[in-house]
Design a protein around this ligand. Sequence first.
Ligand code: ADP
Ligand code: MG
Length: 296
Amino acid sequence: MHALLSINNLTKNYGTTEALCNFTLEVVEGQVLGILGPNGSGKTTLLSILMGLRYPTSGHFTWFNTPPNHVPTTRIGALIEVPTFYPYLSLYDNMRISALAKNISYNAIFPAIERVGLTPNLKAKVATFSLGMKQRMAIAQALLGNPKIIVLDEPTNGLDPEGIVEVRNLIKELNAGGTSIIVASHNLDEVQRTCTHVAILKKGHLQAFGGVNELLTSAKVAIVEVRNPENLIDFLNSNPTIEVIERVGNSFKLLVNKSEHQVTFITDFQNHGIAVNSFEIRNLNLEELFITLVRK
Ligand code: ADP
Ligand code: MG
């Protein structure tokens, strides 16, 4: 597996705002890397630097085997700013304008349109397109010249539910066809559904990075409802490794070690006189991981 991109201690300050701090990570061929973080956490700053639209304050990145902080723009497809297109021109004419701007042969247009499933709409005016179709067109523009990797900044933002599904499926299909993808998102569910890897950002700091499945099996969640919460709280105070993700009344959601089993807990609860109404241990979902990481 080849590293397509190495990022080393990348830092970006806007005046006194630290938008990105010592960000280090490697993207390997075949991955769909989700950059996940709340609004203002530095996602667009990171992707803009990687595409040469902003300069880092310090640190560096290396695409393929090019020199540090060099952006081989014709080898990377990107959708960072809101896509611009001409509504009264056809899809094909819009694609010709992008190809011209990128200095890519018109021959690249048909394969790119085919990959996003818009071949039947080649001659239609873009004004007649749904939001999802417009976004697929923008992704087709990023795919011109068949880059190994594409960079998408919140590609489902502003789409209706149908458009969101279209774009998600497209990301999966592109990846299945061999394209690596870096996608920024603040939507946990989306990242869990479409990404193979995830980097979680909080205020410019990388909180966690890894395979989605590895991260989700790194801990478990216990959901317990009790009649005497005081006793459970006593128990939790004497077990500081157990973290409370959420409490609603007598119902607690706890983050526990991945090796924990239901039976050991039942015994502990009995020993502490905890009256349990219901109890369940299951795998973590990305939302729970995110809440625990971002709250810290
Ligand atoms: P995200 O894409 O995750 O929402 P951004 O990268 O847009 O985050 O922003 C990260 C931080 O940098 C925020 O605090 C934002 O206000 C600040 N920021 C972004 N762009 C600029 C800019 N051009 N000038 C000053 N501050 C900026
Ligand atoms: Mg952004």
